[in-house]
Design a protein around this ligand. Structure first.
Ligand SMILES: [Mg+2]
Length: 226
């Protein structure tokens, strides 16, 4: 983990206006709010490649269009970096996400916690804001547990964490075990390829179902059901 980046994320979190009495939803961006894989796929196709979605990974699954040969890992890393450079501000939202988040924002505070390169943070904010997702964005690096714990200690109400990557769910389970962890995979092709994360409380891949579950848990908390 890059400690300097982590410290920046923690400083950003400490500067956020947070209401301790209001529920908090901490959401990942890529593959939860944003159609990351669909965007990357489109980009790869313009560059002479395609991604064979036969397992839940990017490295190892990118192939040359010409002969279906595998693209080596270092080159894939470079392609992902180039994609973020060119398209961070234009990745499309998951269609239902902005409206459902808006509904949830009537009951909860919302923060986007995204492992986007620090240099692309402003592009990410522009991308989300232009598509109706207007909440604070924290640019994190490495496991998300420390940033979630820093947010969680400021809130005395239900807290929810949404992410598509199991190791972030595990990281949050370790640092802030009382946070309700939702494993969410927006792209149905990817959702089929991955089992529920071992440390999640819920596996949900649909924004409307997510809203029902979160609202139910908030209702239960405020009616005294814990
Ligand atoms: Mg993600």
């Amino acid at each position: 983990m890059d400690k300097r980046v982590q410290d920046v994320a923690i400083a950003e979190i400490e500067a956020l206006p947070i209401d301790p009495a209001s529920p908090l939803i901490i959401s990942d961006a890529d593959e939860v709010i944003l159609q990351f894989m669909a965007g990357l796929e489109k980009y790869l196709e313009t560059q002479g490649f395609w991604i064979d979605l036969s397992s839940y990974a990017i490295h190892g699954n990118v192939k040359h269009q010409a002969d279906d040969s595998h693209v080596e890992d270092a080159h894939v890393t470079e392609l992902i970096r180039a994609f973020f450079h060119a398209h961070t501000d234009t990745i499309e939202v998951v269609p239902e996400a902005p409206a459902v988040l808006k509904q949830l924002s009537e009951r909860a505070q919302i923060v986007v916690l995204s492992n986007v390169p620090a240099s692309r943070r402003d592009d990410r904010i522009r991308c989300l804001h232009s598509q109706g997702v207007e909440y604070p964005v924290i640019a994190n690096s490495g496991p998300k547990g420390p940033a979630v714990a820093a947010l969680a200690e400021r809130v005395d109400a239900p807290i929810f964490f949404l992410d598509d990557i199991p190791h972030h769910i595990t990281s949050v389970a370790e640092t802030a075990p009382h946070v309700r962890r939702v494993h969410f995979v927006a792209d149905p092709r990817l959702a089929r390829l991955i089992e529920p994360a071992k440390d999640c409380d819920h596996r949900i891949d649909d924004w409307h179902e997510l809203r029902q579950v979160i609202e139910h848990e908030i209702d239960r908390f405020f009616s005294g059901g814990g």
